[in-house]
Structure formats: structure tokens, C-alpha cells
Design a protein around this ligand. Structure first.
Ligand SMILES: [Zn+2]
Length: 315
């Protein structure tokens, strides 16, 4: 085992590095803006890692050193690498798609790099020492600007045949009602994807209409009698309960851990468990739906843990 685990959270707007020691304690953490251009982004990651290595005083684990501590490097990205080509797919940071990000980072840093979907990193982090600790099957869901999901089963990321397991956002919203129609178009090419109903911007649009809004403050607005906020939250809770009902029927996770900005809505944890049972084929339905423990840090912590697990599925 290496002495340090480095994780990179490669987000659409920022890049963060974290170094954990053997005990899981944070040693280094730094965040820089994502330049938003592929070649510059590779350089930005390289520079962040080298700076962190110098701060910690360690070398990559594959260069075994008798005198210096060693480190591993994991990277969480939006999207995933194709198991066939190694090229990034399905990233909402679309300029990252079709690039060999893993190979390019390995070349730039001259060290092995493990890359995983950011929602898988979130699920891994929460399963390892977060809100999913002690549960065998953890479904981690990020309800943010998009909607991502990851499954950790028995401390392993379930990658799947195409490395897309857990892409919960691109399943059609089940048990559609008139309020859900017409089925909304998704960037993935399909219609009716849950992401288009359950991501943060979708909630904001339901509340305030079309435009570039944020859903923050919606619960306070609803408490103060804002009818649009009340209706938007009613719709949201019902849709999230349907989405959870479908996944419980299919996967039956031991816990569902929510992350992303929308997971800060306190009413989710009161309302959705009450709405869920009607959609689940067994009774009583007791699946815990909980908020994450590590917040915005889960992605980067999960990336740092990537070398501590044996991934299942194709690689
Ligand atoms: Zn979609």
C-alpha cells in the first residue's frame, strides 16, 4: 500500500486535488479553475499533482523508493472511459469527450492513473467512510447540475459491461403523469430521462419558469406560501419517490445516499420515504434515503480511494 493517496476531482468548472495519508487524514487540498480546454486541462491536472507531490514529499508508487514515501493517483471525471477505446464518453463537459484522458494524464505525469466516473467516486467515498458505511449495496446519486449515479457492492464499484452501471439519470422517469408530459428531451439523445426532471436546474425551472435560475431558497419560499415553490417541491418529491421506487424494485440497494446541491433539501428525507412504498413491490419498504456525509468532498475522496479497491466488470 502506498503511503499517500492522491485524488483529483475533475469538475466542469474546477479541478481539485486531495492527498490522504494511510489513516485517511487530509494532508493537502487545493482547487483551481478548470480552463475548459482539453490540452490546458491536462496541464492543469499535471501541475496540481506535481505541486502536491512536492508539498508532501513523495514519489509515484510504481517508482518504489527506499527513501521516499509513495503515492497513488485516482481521478474522478464527468462521464467515463470506453472500455474498448479508452476515450471519454458521456461527459457533460463535452470538450472532454473522445479524448484519451487517462493515457494523456499518464504520459504527462509518467505514472499510472486510475480514472472513474465522478458519481462512482461519490458512491465509493460514501460507502468507504461516509453515510453508506456498514451497508453492503450503496447507491450513490448526485442531484446537481446533472444527475449521476454509482453503485458500490461489497466495497467494490460495480462498473458494468460498458462501464455505465449506475447511470440512473438516463432511465426514463417511471409512472409518468400528465404533469411530466411532454417527455423532456435529454442531451443523451433520449426523451424522458430522469435527469431532466430531477437535476437542480429542472427544479429551478419548475419553480421560476424558463431561465438560468437556482433552486436555492425554494424550501423557505414554500414555507412562506410561494405557491409555485410548493407545487415545484410537490412534483419533485413525487418524481424522486417514483425514481427511487423503480431502483428499489430493480437493485434493492441497502441505502440510497444523495449528493449534489439538491440533496441539501431537508424535506426530501421527510417526504420521499413516505411516498416511496406505493411504488415498491414489497412491504414494508424500509430503504434508507440519506444525505451524504462528505458533501462536496466526496468526489475527490472517492477518487483518492480508487487504488484501494478491486474494480469489478470490464477494465
Ligand atoms: Zn438522457
Amino acid at each position: 500500500m502506498a503511503d499517500y493517496r492522491f485524488g483529483i476531482d475533475f469538475g466542469g468548472t474546477k479541478i481539485e486535488v486531495l492527498a490522504l495519508d494511510r489513516a485517511g487524514k487530509e494532508i493537502v487540498r487545493e482547487r483551481v479553475p478548470n480552463p475548459g480546454k482539453y490540452e490546458d486541462a491536462v496541464i492543469a491536472v499535471r501541475d496540481l499533482v506535481i505541486k502536491a507531490e512536492n508539498t508532501v514529499g513523495c514519489v509515484p508508487a510504481h517508482r518504489m523508493s527506499a527513501t521516499q514515501p509513495t503515492s497513488t493517483l485516482g481521478v474522478g471525471i464527468p462521464g467515463s472511459l470506453s472500455p474498448e477505446t479508452g476515450l471519454v464518453r458521456n461527459s457533460n463537459a463535452t470538450w472532454l469527450n473522445n479524448h484519451a484522458f487517462g493515457r494523456d494524464l499518464e504520459a504527462a505525469l509518467n505514472r499510472p492513473v486510475r480514472i472513474e466516473n465522478d458519481a462512482n467516486c461519490f458512491a465509493l467515498s460514501e460507502a468507504a467512510d461516509g453515510a453508506g458505511t456498514g451497508y453492503s449495496t450503496v447507491l450513490g446519486v448526485i442531484l446537481g447540475t446533472g444527475m449521476g449515479g454509482g453503485i458500490v457492492a461489497n466495497a467494490r464499484i460495480l462498473s458494468g459491461h460498458h462501464h455505465i452501471a449506475g447511470e440512473w439519470g438516463h432511465i426514463p422517469l417511471p409512472w409518468a403523469t400528465e404533469d411530466d408530459l411532454p417527455m423532456r428531451k435529454c442531451f443523451c439523445g433520449n426523451e424522458g430521462c430522469q435527469e431532466r426532471y430531477l437535476c437542480g436546474p429542472a427544479l429551478a425551472v419548475e419553480w421560476k419558469g424558463e431561465g438560468n435560475h437556482s433552486p436555492s431558497g425554494i424550501e423557505d419560499a414554500a414555507k412562506n406560501g410561494d405557491q409555485a415553490a410548493i407545487r415545484a417541491l410537490d412534483l419533485y418529491m413525487d418524481r424522486l419517490a417514483r425514481a427511487c421506487g423503480q431502483v428499489v424494485n430493480f437493485l434493492d440497494p441497502d441505502v440510497i445516499v444523495l449528493g449534489g446541491g439538491v440533496s441539501n433539501l431537508a424535506s426530501i428525507y421527510e417526504r420521499v420515504p413516505k411516498l416511496l412504498p406505493r411504488h415498491v413491490i414489497t412491504s414494508p419498504c424500509t430503504t434508507p434515503i440519506v444525505q451524504n456525509r462528505h458533501g462536496d468532498s466526496s468526489g475527490v475522496r472517492g477518487a483518492a480511494w480508487l487504488w484501494d479497491i478491486d474494480e469489478t466488470g470490464a477494465s
